[in-house]
Write a protein that binds this ligand. Sequence first.
Ligand SMILES: [Zn+2]
Length: 193
Amino acid sequence: MSTSEHAPPQPAESWAGTADEWAGKVHNAELPSGMRVSFRFPSLGEMIELEALPADLLEIAVAEWAEPGAAAQLAAQPYAELAEQDEEPTEEQREQADEHARAISEKVARLNRHLVARALVAPRLTIEELARAPYSDLEMLARLINRLDPFDAAGRRIGPEPITTFLVFAEEHECAPGCPACETARGRLSTVQ
Ligand SMILES: [Zn+2]
């Protein structure tokens, strides 16, 4: 431990944020193809309220909003039921379960495209344009905005680097609070603009 006094980094102004900040921070993320995008976290609740979703996606959106991961459970449900029944599932029952799982997966994919279109700040893309984007990029972006992945393709943390991690840098640097080098380092480690 260094003997020099090193105050933890202080917020520039007051503790409380601004109305603009409340609208949502913009994150810069790199996708598997190398494509760079800026996005905000979309709110499913807001999209439901604003009627920003097709009617046939509403049920799955509400389920997912109430409990993240619910859509995947919904898709797997018929398989679970088949596993529980006493007699061996018939060919027809299996096909029905497959069909159900495919239908739910298709809805989840469409819901994700709606979420991604709403999340993207730059480039702004329509649902139709998103259909032409590389699938692996879309998949990662969907995982990022659903908060299932904590890192982008370049290993940046989605959201601010935790203060505990950052303090290690600041302590070793033995610099004054608000040191530009440490601020730059913090910025490079996270996706927050
Ligand atoms: Zn520093």
